[in-house]
Design a binder for this molecule. Structure first.
Ligand SMILES: Cc1cc2nc3c(=O)[nH]c(=O)nc-3n(C[C@H](O)[C@H](O)[C@H](O)COP(=O)(O)OP(=O)(O)OC[C@H]3O[C@@H](n4cnc5c(N)ncnc54)[C@H](O)[C@@H]3O)c2cc1C
Length: 358
């Protein structure tokens, strides 16, 4: 079973389904890092356009328990028939169901589990995902004999603000920012495979590098002005010279790096093979954010079949148990392509829902 094929085949109808259920998308379909095709449907004004409206629709149709943690799967005669949970005030809860879908995300929020599967190298990495993805329900499934796949693979987050340990959206790069090391030089294809530039950043040996951009990029990426600038993690300068001074890099080197990049935007061969550009970097003011590598989720998880049923090592199913999204493995063993994670959660979530409710 090929999860990539399933997601590819059902992504279009899934976006339509989101829109029918209230999600708001930007009109423009753009390029995203890792793919030169114009296929990035981004929600408007940010992820809230996807989640908030959809949750309103769900709340009308289902009993949603917020602030409630599932702790255990209930199994009767070899079939999963519900879950035990604890509510925010400590009240225990037992919910019986014909089937159970695990949509608990990965296990990146659990440092010990990350170290267990991905090794000691993760000790000093920055984690920029949700604190709630603690993986205990994945462990529950494993205890019932579920097979796992790619558990050692982290979902790399190449560019995270060192000021507030937050992922900087890849849209900044795909809309025209460049990355500069502490010598004032570019060092990678900023819109190639995120796994590649993740390693390129690590290989600089610098504690952090800089994302550099201009007013044009700010005008295109909503989050820059509305979120990052308000958080105070964006530095501004009127000229490239002033920018270099604030970055503490040689001004002549930075100027040359930008000139060569602008020539690439205008059609010259890019020294790092970049082929997704915005405008040339020339419209002041100019800006930078200090970034370092980290991870935002895990790529590994439970093995499922084409109906999103959780599989055992021998290929048989665990009756009554389904999984979707980041709880699932075998989809992204190598590299993230912009947007591929939300669509995995959406497509597998729908498949799990369709089958579990039959
Ligand atoms: C900062 C950041 C930026 C991202 N940007 C993008 C992007 O631009 N494009 C893209 O495609 N993807 C992006 N991703 C990845 C994407 O958000 C995830 O792949 C996606 O949210 C996974 O959806 P999910 O529903 O499987 O899991 P999640 O969204 O992780 O949701 C799982 C939920 O289950 C809860 N949970 C866990 N255990 C329990 C339990 N025992 N009981 C009750 N609840 C539990 C968690 O608290 C969490 O709320 C980003 C991720 C991060 C962290």
């Amino acid at each position: 079973m090929d999860l990539v094929k399933i997601v590819t085949e059902r992504s279009g109808e899934t976006i339509d389904w989101f829109i029918e259920n209230g999600a708001v998308f930007n009109e423009e379909v753009t390029q995203g890092v890792g793919s030169i095709a114009y296929r990035a449907h981004s929600s408007s004004p940010d992820a809230s356009g996807l989640v908030n409206k959809l949750m309103k629709t769900i709340e009308q149709k289902a009993d949603v328990r917020y602030n409630t943690a599932a702790t255990e799967l209930i199994v009767e005669n070899g079939k999963v028939v519900g879950a035990k949970a604890v509510q925010g005030d400590g009240t225990p809860l037992e919910i019986k169901a014909n089937n159970v879908i695990l949509s608990c995300g990965g296990f990146a929020g659990n440092k010990e589990l990350v170290k267990k599967y991905a090794g000691e190298k993760t000790e000093n990495m920055v984690y920029v995902g949700s604190p709630g993805t603690t993986g205990e329900m994945i462990e529950e499934a494993v205890n019932l004999g579920a097979a796992t796949i790619d558990m050692e693979q982290l979902f790399n987050a190449p560019t995270n603000s060192i000021e507030n340990k937050q992922l900087i959206t890849a849209m900044v790069l795909s809309n025209g920012a460049i990355m500069i090391n502490q010598d004032g030089k570019r060092f990678c294809n900023e819109t190639g495979s995120p796994n590649d530039y993740f390693n390129d950043i690590l290989n600089t040996g610098d504690e952090y590098v800089y994302e550099v951009f201009d007013k044009n990029v700010v005008e295109k990426v909503y989050k820059l002005e509305e979120v990052y600038m308000k958080q105070g993690i964006v530095e501004e300068a009127a000229t490239i010279e002033e920018l270099a001074e604030k970055m503490n890099v040689p001004a002549e080197t930075l100027k040359q790096s930008i000139e060569i990049y602008n020539a690439s935007v205008n059609g010259a061969s890019d020294p790092f093979g970049r082929d997704i550009f915005g405008e040339p970097l020339q419209k002041g003011p100019f800006y930078f954010i200090k970034v370092a590598t980290g991870y935002l989720s895990t790529n590994g998880g439970l093995k499922i079949d084409e109906y999103a049923r959780v599989l055992k090592e021998d290929g048989t199913i665990i009756e009554g148990l389904y999984a979707a999204g980041d709880a699932v493995g075998g989809y992204r063993p190598y590299a993230y392509v912009c947007g591929d994670a939300n669509i995995l959660a959406a497509v597998t979530g729908r498949i799990a829902g369709e089958n579990a409710s039959k």
